[in-house]
Design a protein around this ligand. Structure first.
Ligand code: SF4
Ligand code: SF4
Ligand code: SF4
Length: 328
């Protein structure tokens, strides 16, 4: 992005918001470091709870479509997230589902493997650090002598942003890489032709394996799957070929294979490629082709070595997966 501002061009208005999020996506926006000055040269930030003191009522008072670009990170877990998703949709010309949680449901979406009651029981009654003799559970309304206290309603399931409002673009990653954010931001501020609405931006159309530099051989098969701590990774051979589950075959490239560079297998945060559709189905097929046996019993034993397949293959995508909440 040019650091020389074209003074004839008005600044765009930009918002960054977090729903059910860990804060990592907001930090990834801050991680543009000195480029943040370039961002503020081109954009007025009108709402960003992690960094600036704006109130919801400030956003609610803005004219509709007055925000040019809104990066919404985090999933929709409760009524507050949903209210802000609807408000920001109304106020924004371009709404981007920023990061895996907004894109696919993300890590919070793993809670869809449990019920709301199960989550409340564990968090407020059973956890080792909980002291709650009166078994008080969160209520949306509590009367106290000063008036009524309210809490957002905790929904029975976690939803990605597009289950609640129309989304213009999806930027994958947990979190998206800062370089790709700057690329997409540049596209928007320079008025370049944007891809069709509904597109995934800041990522590749191809699978991560296509960009990964680890050595792959033609027909390598394995007799055993390991947890990462069970073997010494040689640092250069494809993880799957060493018997370590890596979600590269089912995952979009574009992150610069950053986990692989750190000698950790991919956990699929860029989401499935267009062809993969369902990351779990694609990973089952990838695992199937790696198994070195034709014996049904032995195949079963080898498959059983893949620990927590649902939590691994759907690490960031359970709420958007074809299986959805039909999983036990
Ligand atoms: S996508 Fe990852 S970094 Fe971003 S909010 Fe979700 S869990 Fe955090
Ligand atoms: S499976 Fe993982 S390690 Fe192997 S090529 Fe694909 S991304 Fe690289
Ligand atoms: S290697 Fe996989 S898990 Fe790691 S950043 Fe890239 S897509 Fe995400």
């Amino acid at each position: 992005m040019s650091s020389v501002k074209d003074m004839t061009k008005p600044k765009i208005k930009m918002a960054v918001y977090w729903g059910a999020a860990c804060g990592g996506c907001c930090v990834s926006v801050l991680d543009v470091h000195e480029k943040l000055f370039t961002v503020v040269e081109h954009a007025d930030i009108v709402f960003w709870p992690i960094a600036l003191d704006f109130k919801y009522k400030d956003v609610e008072a803005m004219p509709d479509k007055s925000i040019d670009l809104c990066l919404f990170n985090g999933a929709v877990r409760n009524s507050e997230n949903e209210h802000m998703a609807c408000t920001l949709r109304k106020k924004s010309k371009v709404l981007v589902a920023y990061g895996s949680c907004a894109h696919l449901g993300g890590i919070p979406g793993l809670a869809n493997f449990k019920t709301k009651e199960g989550i409340f029981n564990r968090a407020y009654l059973e956890s080792e650090s909980t002291v709650n003799p009166d078994k008080v559970l969160p209520q949306t309304k509590t009367e106290v002598k000063e008036g009524t206290l309210t809490l957002p309603e905790f929904y029975t399931e976690v939803k990605p942003l597009n289950h609640v409002v129309e989304v213009d673009y999806y930027m994958p990653g947990c979190p998206p890489t800062t370089d790709r954010l700057v690329e997409v931001f540049t596209l928007i501020v320079t008025g370049a032709t944007l891809p069709p609405k509904g597109s995934v931006v800041g990522a590749s159309e191809k699978a991560l394996c296509d960009e990964c530099v680890r050595k792959k051989s033609e027909n390598k098969k394995v007799k055993k799957f390991y947890r990462p701590w069970e073997i010494n990774d040689d640092g250069e051979t494809c993880f799957l070929e060493q018997g370590l589950v890596c979600c590269g075959p089912a995952t979009r490239g574009g992150c610069g294979y950053r986990c692989i560079k750190g000698n950790a297998p991919c956990r699929g945060c860029y989401g499935p490629t267009k062809e993969a559709l369902d990351p779990g189905a694609k990973m089952l097929s990838a695992i199937g082709t790696m198994i070195d046996s034709n014996d049904a019993k032995e195949i079963e034993t080898i498959v059983d070595q893949v620990v927590d397949p649902a939590g691994t293959f759907y690490r960031v995508s359970a709420p958007s997966a074809i299986l959805g909440r039909k999983m036990p």
